[in-house]
Design a binder for this molecule. Structure first.
Ligand code: NAD
Length: 458
């Protein structure tokens, strides 16, 4: 296990619960001895080493052989270089985010297009097809990106059943899923999340507080905003830009995601304003649901994240923006000190024929702790899919580089659902045009509620 932060600590008990192995078969590699209490208590050994571009092979080579598994739960270590190493060593691999080496997300000397998750995904997918029986490397298999790709497929099946369109069995091909989404006239998919968890001690000035990696959230928040771009869109964003190469499924905005807010909706919170933070699933889901020539598609939904993090993280982003996006000197991840709250995380599928349908997890902190120690609601929604992805890769060791969208959604959900608390599907008549034009007139497309222009706030 490379990295042992909020996700590493939360997944360790799940791995030991679901995979037959001894703690001594695991090795944790991380840069400092801080935060190893849970591993020490379980008898899991560690190696203290900050992995860098210069020492990657020296540190990892001695520990990585055929049939081993590199579970990458670190920040600031390049996923693409790690996958290359695993392919050479015939080892399995899984991460929850395609990470670059430090500084690449915010290197202003590089064009914004090169700082996108689109570019990172293209680099990772280019590693496909090397060797005759390539070992499995699972990309971006957390909650989102990760599990949400399965939630979208389940939501499509639910909507089809409610409409009487139900196929006798769920589609099994990429094209089949895209055709089902088009039949249901799904125009927009949000990953709509409202985290209401609160810690005992509120955020202090000069502190970045979050319910998962503060570094990770600050990094992705400062990347350009990115979204899968649907075929129904008729107002290209004035600050938007397309990519010249690759899947063509997404575009980016010339501004940080943490400075880009959108309207969205979750069942318990109701209407919310979320950050349009770039995420791998915005690109992969849009890509997988594309019909026709990718450069000039017949059908594709708009797909993006609408993230309302916990209240202290909202304050942290606000303070960081005030410092012109320089991160606060201190960081704190809320976990054992959370006193109340829930992570309401799901997918919101929207279109003219069926309105809005949210499908996802409403997991409280109390439920998360009862289901697996060492977790918050946020981390358990990530660590259950990590565990499921590891199990799947071990069952399927020769599948090359895969994304969540390539994996069997029912088999994956079967492993993940027991850890999500209440999982609900809720239909809604909400649209981004509700209650608008008050107290000021707004520039809206009143003929089509599902235009990105109507969702976007800043
Ligand atoms: P964290 O900040 O709590 O922990 C990061 C870990 O990486 C720490 O143990 C740190 O010591 C280690 N690390 C940092 N630099 C390193 C280096 N040079 N070499 C080795 N280890 C190094 O982060 P987290 O919340 O545990 O998140 C881990 C990863 O999971 C991040 O990439 C994050 O973006 C991702 N994540 C994905 C999802 C999802 O749903 N897909 C959700 C949460 C987090």
């Amino acid at each position: 296990m490379l990295g042992f932060g909020s996700i590493g600590q939360g997944v360790l008990p799940l791995l030991l619960r679901h995979i037959e192995m001894q703690p001594a078969q695991i090795l944790i590699v991380k840069p400092s001895a801080k935060g190893l209490e849970a591993a020490n208590a379980l008898g899991v050994p560690h190696l203290i080493a900050p992995v860098s571009c210069d020492n990657l092979r020296d540190v990892l080579d001695p520990h990585l052989g055929s049939g081993d598994f590199l579970l990458n739960l670190s920040v600031d270590v390049c996923s693409v270089d790690l996958i290359r190493l695993c392919q050479e060593r015939d080892a399995l691999y899984l991460d929850t985010c395609i990470e670059p080496w430090p500084g690449a997300y915010t290197d202003a000397s590089r064009p914004p297009a090169q700082r996108t998750n689109y570019a990172l995904r293209e680099q990772a997918l280019a590693l496909r097809g090397r060797g005759r029986h390539p070992s499995t490397a699972v990309l971006t298999h957390g909650a989102n990106p990760g599990m949400v790709s399965y939630l979208v497929k389940q939501a499509l099946c639910d909507m089809a059943a409610q409409t009487g369109l139900a196929p006798p069995v769920a589609p099994t091909t990429r094209r089949g899923w895209a055709e089902l989404a088009r039949q249901l006239d799904v125009r927009v998919i949000h990953i709509a999340e409202r985290d209401t968890q609160v810690g005992a001690e509120r955020k202090q000035p000069g502190e970045f507080v979050n319910t998962w990696s503060a570094d990770g959230f600050a990094s992705e928040g400062r990347q350009p905003a990115e979204l899968g771009w649907g075929t129904h869109e008729r107002h290209f964003p004035p600050d938007g830009a397309r990519h010249e190469q690759g899947s063509r499924a997404a575009l980016y905005l010339n501004r940080p995601g943490a400075a880009t807010r959108v309207r969205s909706w979750t069942p318990l919170a109701g209407a919310i304003q979320g950050y349009l933070i770039t995420h791998g699933e915005s690109i992969s889901i849009a890509d997988h649901l594309t019909l026709g020539d990718p450069a000039n598609p017949v059908y594709r939904p708009t797909v993006h994240y609408a993230y309302h993090p916990c209240d202290d993280a909202v304050l942290s982003v606000h303070e960081m923006a005030g410092q012109n996006w320089q991160m606060q000197p201190r960081q704190r991840i809320l976990k054992d000190d959370i006193v109340q709250g829930m992570d309401e995380l799901g997918v919101l599928l929207m279109g003219p024929s069926r309105g809005a349908y949210w499908y996802g997890s409403q997991l409280t902190i109390e439920q998360a702790r009862a289901l697996c120690p060492g977790n918050s609601a946020t981390s358990l929604q990530v660590t259950a899919p990590v565990m499921a992805g590891v199990v799947w890769a071990m069952r399927n060791p020769r599948r090359d580089v895969v994304e969540p969208d390539d994996l069997p959604h029912e088999e994956m959900l079967e492993m993940i659902l027991p850890y999500l608390g209440p999982v609900v599907g809720v239909a809604s008549s909400w649209t981004p045009l509700d209650d608008r034009d008050w107290p000021f007139r707004e520039d809206l497309d009143r003929e089509d509620p599902w235009q990105f222009k109507n969702f976007r706030i800043t």
